[in-house]
Design a protein around this ligand. Structure first.
Ligand code: UDX
Length: 431
């Protein structure tokens, strides 16, 4: 099928590359001409496992093309995916202005019977909103329909998630259009759930909010474990064997971050308030998460006797999770900023972050490796679970540090082994 993907960000690029891989003819558009020029040469601007290979494959097979401008991409398409950003507005609601602009731009060029699909995370009601914008801009009479097909892609594993999803959700009032969208996925082995648009949109929010709830729940349990001398990791394993609970998303840590959970939870809360429902449970999830960032700072303070002023803190990891280059809403960046505000000297290393932390946490010193970040540090805080931090030469780390304190906000290291090496180790929810 001929597919257009509007937006060449994390979601758009993954969608475009994977549909090309599945045998469709895909045109992917972005407004950023430089990004498009680089993509045409096979240069991928984001770190996403397997993505560069699929883009090269698509370009070589001429099944994938990059263009500037949504209308250019949409004019020959049978199905158009909207994958543009929906940033968080000041009141927590999702801002639909990018979606609106693209809908206005493509409306005049859409062929009759095109299906326009919202893949960006959009508030409940957005399918109808896009249908209205398209109609007003001249596309309604041509039988153009709008569907919701939310993505459930984890950053770093987006290609794998796209090609091996747990489910495919399609929300559309028109059954024939829903079937056409489902045909795009016919080589993907997953259950397809066709719903009304509002339910499809809610499935996305409810799923992310539920996962965020799981993270906050285990973080709250971890905090309690610290008070009663239990080990939250053992507790999570014991809970996880219950198939109704499962093992995933029960890792205590510094709190969730990233481009999805904080924004989607805020948007769902905003929707609830607007709908007259007081979603206290979800508000609690947000509070626990914010407090969890603070607890990690408390641990750093406690490790150096109460105040971080003029203390050198080595940070391992700045991205919001491992195997991504994404710093959006990263707990590590928040923690770095707070430590700097309190007068700490912050020396950080992250293999995926590049130079951007300098803008996000002004005053931060960026180091070339984990050893450099730990050198002369009074305390080291491991904030992102990059695998390389497991395999360091910890004798070397200890000998170059000034202090001995390690705050392991991801429970990545073995407490007993670290203590044997002479470190004062603190994890999350464990002895
Ligand atoms: C998430 C959803 O998983 C995905 O389905 C959705 O479409 C986009 O949002 P992502 O933001 O890439 O994906 O990250 P994810 O792996 O889900 O982790 C989210 C956050 O929770 C991260 O900050 C992570 O460190 C944290 N987390 C996750 C924990 O602290 N503990 C856990 O057990 C799991």
């Amino acid at each position: 099928m001929r597919v257009a993907v509007i937006g060449a960000g994390y979601v758009g690029l993954t969608t475009a590359a994977c549909f090309a891989h599945l045998g469709h003819d895909v045109v992917c558009a972005d407004i950023d001409a430089e990004r498009v020029a680089r993509l045409k040469k096979g240069e991928v601007p984001i770190l996403e496992l397997g993505l560069a290979g699929l883009i090269k494959e698509g370009l070589a097979a001429r099944r994938l093309e990059f263009v500037v401008g949504a209308a250019t991409a949409a004019q020959r398409a049978e199905i158009v995916f909207l994958c543009v950003q929906t940033p968080q507005g000041s009141d927590g609601s999702a801002d639909l202005s990018f979606v609106e602009t693209v809908a206005q731009e493509i409306a005049p060029v859409l062929a009759p019977n095109t299906v326009v699909v919202n893949k960006s995370t959009v508030p409940v009601g957005a399918t109808r909103f896009v249908q209205r914008v398209l109609s007003e801009a001249g596309a309604g009479a041509e039988g153009v329909t709008v569907a919701s097909n939310p993505e459930f892609l984890r950053e770093g594993q987006a290609v794998r998630d796209f090609l091996n999803p747990d489910r495919i959700v399609i929300g559309c009032e028109d059954h024939e259009s829903a079937v056409r969208v489902s045909e795009l996925y016919k080589r993907v082995d997953a259950p397809v759930l066709v719903t009304d648009p509002a339910s499809a949109e809610m499935i996305k929010y409810a799923s992310n909010a539920f996962l965020a709830t799981k993270v906050s729940f285990i973080n709250a349990i971890a905090n309690l474990c610290e008070a009663v001398d239990a080990d939250a990791r053992e507790v999570a394993i014991g809970m996880g064997y219950d198939t109704r609970i499962g093992f995933q998303f029960l890792h205590p840590g510094p709190g969730y971050g990233g481009s999805c959970f904080p924004k989607d939870v805020a948007a769902l809360l905003h929707m609830s308030t607007a709908a007259g429902y007081d979603f206290e449970l979800l508000a609690g999830v947000v509070d626990v998460n914010a407090a969890q960032h603070e607890r990690m700072i408390d641990k750093v303070r406690a490790a150096v006797g109460g105040s971080v002023s003029e203390v050198t803190v080595g940070l391992w990891g700045l991205t919001f999770k491992a195997d991504t280059d994404d710093l959006r809403d990263s707990p590590a960046i928040y923690i770095a900023r707070r430590l700097l505000e309190e007068g700490a000297i912050v020396r950080a290393y992250d293999r995926g972050a590049g130079d951007r932390p300098r803008q996000l946490a002004p005053g931060i010193e960026l180091c070339g490796d984990a050893y450099d970040a730990a050198a002369s540090a009074d305390v080291v805080a491991l904030l992102t679970e990059w695998d390389e931090f497991r395999w360091l030469d910890f004798d070397r780390v200890r000998d170059t540090m000034r202090g001995r304190a390690i705050v392991d906000a991801r429970n990545l290291l073995d407490p007993a082994a670290m203590r044997r090496r002479g470190f004062a180790y603190q994890g999350v929810g464990r002895r």
